[in-house]
Design a protein around this ligand. Sequence first.
Ligand SMILES: Cc1ncc(C[n+]2csc(CCOP(=O)(O)OP(=O)(O)O)c2C)c(N)n1
Length: 316
Amino acid sequence: MANLRELSRKDELLTGGHRACAGCGAPVAVRQVLKAVDTPVVVGCATGCLEVTTTIYPYSAWNVPFIHSAFENVAATVSGIEAAYRSLKRQGRIQRDIQFVAFGGDGGTYDIGFQALSGAMERGHDMVYICYDNQAYMNTGIQRSSATPRGAATTTSPAGRVATGGKSQYRKDLTAVMAAHDIPYVAQTTISHWNDLITKVRKAFAVEGPAFVNILAPCRLGWQIDSADSIEICRKAVDTCFWPLYEVENGVWKITVKPKEKKPITEWLRPQGRFRHLFKPGNEKIIEEIQADVDRRWEMLQKRCEVGGAGMMPRE
Ligand SMILES: Cc1ncc(C[n+]2csc(CCOP(=O)(O)OP(=O)(O)O)c2C)c(N)n1
């Protein structure tokens, strides 16, 4: 369990002065992640808003060794660094314990960097991969990604006059896909639940081998919310079970925060401008279908947790 006073005394490894929008979830997620690390850490970051806003030449907001990779291969880049470190350690040329972390947005993780991520996890590198999931390709102007939820309006899934429903597909459940890699630690969390986030990231760093943490982190522009509401909207994602907080530790599935009362999905949809069109007459059915999908996934998750992993046996 993290202690706020203790955390606030730790160095800020991502400093202020970067150019992310006020209310952007990505730097909040990164600061929380880096507060959870104790040993020296090397950071890799895929192209995307986080990288672009924190490394405006000739400045850097990162107080740690940092490498920018291409959009598609941060997992490969960091896995290479980790492999080199292991070799140098074996040769006695490095004595210190160093941690490795890769950051990518949902575009760089769910879609274009997916093969690099899957490969790094499968090869068993001792690294943590963090996806800050803002549910679209935000840096290049809000195009839909496979993380974009059904119904969201983006520039490539607009709520236009003909197709009024926004994105027609449901989001990819990448956290479950990563759990299927049978790696030591997989978790899903968000920035409104800092204690949950930090506890999970500590576990992710503590395990030997690969770990993946998916963090819901709003983009106030893409989601069309007020900057001041970023944290609150994440809470709504958890309370409606749109974004359940859970972990898969050595094959055992566990819900870490169970909402006292499951709220209707409209509480998550209504405050966001990207879903505004869903509340127009004629689109009621889309909201009903989104609710049914959330219910189905929540049921499935609870069942997985009951049996400890949908038939998967925990590791010894
Ligand atoms: C191979 C390749 N295709 C496209 C781009 C252009 N590009 C740069 S960032 C970006 C979107 C990044 O989206 P995401 O990973 O979700 O991060 P976000 O900007 O939302 O934080 C795109 C399409 C690129 N740099 N490289």
